[in-house]
Design a protein around this ligand. Structure first.
Ligand SMILES: C[S@@+](CC[C@H](N)C(=O)[O-])C[C@H]1O[C@@H](n2cnc3c(N)ncnc32)[C@H](O)[C@@H]1O
Length: 331
C-alpha cells in the first residue's frame, strides 16, 4: 500500500508545484483554506483535499488558527528561485515521464523508450520536442544543484584547475563547483542548442568569467575537447546503451592528459545488483526515457581499464541525482 500511495503523494506534490503553492507561501506567509480556494479559483472540497495531503506529507504545516504555511523542507527546496529549487525535476516527472508510465508495458515488451518518438527523433535530447525543451534542462539543474554541492565536498579539487563538464546540461555542477572552489574554471560541453539555453543561467549566477561553453557532440570523432585536468560525466552514461556508453567513456579517456582525472556521478547500482532502491528505480525509469540503464561501478571499472584509465573506486555521498562519484585516473 505504501508503494501505491507513492503515486498519490507524487501527484499532490506535482499539483502544488504547478499551482506554485510553496512559492506563494515563501518567507513564512500563511493562507486559510477559503482564501486558498478563492486565490486559485477552485472549490473548497478539492482545495481541502490537496492542502490536507500536503500537511500529512510534511510539505505544509497547519497552525491552530487555520493558516497553512510552508514546512522547512518546502521552504528550502520548493520555492521557485531558491538555489536548491527541486520543482523543475517534479515538473519533468509530471509532464514528461508520468504520461509515459501509462504505456510502460510497451517499453517493457518492445525494449524502447516511450517518453519520445523513437521513429522520428534522433534522441531524447531534441530542441523540437516542446515539453523536453521547456522542462528538461530546468529539471536537470533542479535535480543536480544539491547533488553538485555534495560532490564539491567529497573529493579534493585543489589539483584541478580546469574541468570539462561533458553533457553539462543546466550547468548545476559548474555553478556549484565554481562557487565552492574559487580557483576552478569549468567548461560546459553540450549540444549547441543546450549551451544557448544554459548560458543565461551561468550569467545570472555571475560566473560567466569562470564558466565557458564548448558546443559539440560526444559521439563525433574528436568531439570531446582536450586540455582539461578533469572531466565530469554526471548522469550521462546511464542515458545510453552499453555500446554508446563505452564510446563516451573512451572519448573522455582519450581527451584526458596523463594524470587527468575522470569523475562519474550517478546513482550507482550495487555490484551485486541487489539495490539500492533509488538507483534501481532510476534505472527502471531509463526504460521509458532511453536505451540505457544505471550501471555498476564494477562495470565502469572494467571498461575504463580497457581504455587506459586506472579506476580508484566510488566515493559515496547522499545526493538527489547521484549516490556517489566514481573516480578514475589516466596514468
Ligand atoms: C541527463 S542530462 C545530464 C545533465 C547534467 N550533466 C546533470 O547531471 O545535471 C544529459 C545531457 O547530455 C547531453 N547530451 C545528449 N547527447 C549529447 C551529445 N551527443 N553530445 C553532447 N551532449 C549530449 C544532453 O543535452 C543533456 O544535457
Amino acid at each position: 500500500m505504501d508503494l501505491t500511495l507513492g503515486v498519490y503523494a507524487f501527484k499532490g506534490l506535482a499539483l502544488a508545484t504547478e499551482l506554485e503553492v510553496f512559492t506563494e507561501l515563501a518567507g513564512g506567509k500563511g493562507v486559510t483554506l477559503d482564501a486558498f480556494a478563492r486565490r486559485h479559483g477552485i472549490h473548497e472540497r478539492p482545495a481541502e483535499l490537496l492542502l490536507t495531503a500536503l500537511v500529512s506529507l510534511d510539505l505544509l504545516v497547519l497552525d491552530d488558527e487555520g493558516f497553512y504555511r510552508n514546512s522547512a523542507v518546502s521552504e528550502e527546496f520548493l520555492v521557485k528561485g531558491k538555489p536548491r529549487y527541486f520543482g523543475g525535476w517534479v515538473t519533468l516527472v509530471d509532464k514528461h515521464e508520468y504520461p509515459a508510465y501509462i504505456k510502460m508495458l510497451d517499453s517493457l515488451r518492445g525494449n524502447h523508450p516511450t517518453t519520445w518518438d523513437v521513429e522520428n527523433q534522433k534522441s531524447l535530447f531534441q530542441p523540437d520536442d516542446r515539453v523536453v525543451k521547456e522542462h528538461f534542462w530546468d529539471a536537470m539543474h533542479s535535480l543536480s544543484a544539491y547533488t553538485a554541492g555534495r560532490l564539491a565536498e567529497s573529493i579534493d579539487f585543489s589539483g584541478i584547475k580546469r574541468l570539462l563538464d561533458v553533457g553539462g546540461g543546466g550547468a548545476a555542477y559548474d555553478i556549484e563547483l565554481c562557487r565552492r572552489h574559487p580557483h576552478l574554471k569549468t567548461t560546459v560541453f553540450d549540444l549547441p542548442f543546450v549551451c544557448e539555453l544554459t548560458r543565461p543561467r551561468v550569467e545570472a549566477a555571475g560566473l560567466a568569467d569562470r564558466i565557458d561553453f564548448a558546443s559539440g557532440d560526444f559521439f563525433e570523432v574528436g568531439g570531446v575537447p582536450g586540455g582539461y585536468d578533469a572531466i565530469l560525466l554526471s548522469n550521462i552514461l546511464h542515458d545510453w546503451g552499453i555500446e554508446d556508453a563505452r564510446k563516451i567513456l573512451r572519448a573522455c579517456a582519450e581527451a584526458l592528459p596523463s594524470g587527468g582525472v575522470l569523475l562519474v556521478t550517478e546513482s550507482f547500482v550495487d555490484d551485486d545488483k541487489r539495490g539500492p532502491a533509488p538507483a534501481a528505480l532510476m534505472s527502471l525509469n531509463m526504460l521509458v526515457e532511453t536505451w540505457g540503464r544505471n550501471y555498476t561501478a564494477a562495470e565502469y571499472g572494467e571498461w575504463a581499464a580497457e581504455f587506459g584509465l586506472k579506476p580508484e573506486g566510488v566515493v559515496p555521498f547522499e545526493g538527489q541525482g547521484a549516490n556517489g562519484v566514481w573516480v578514475a585516473r589516466k596514468p
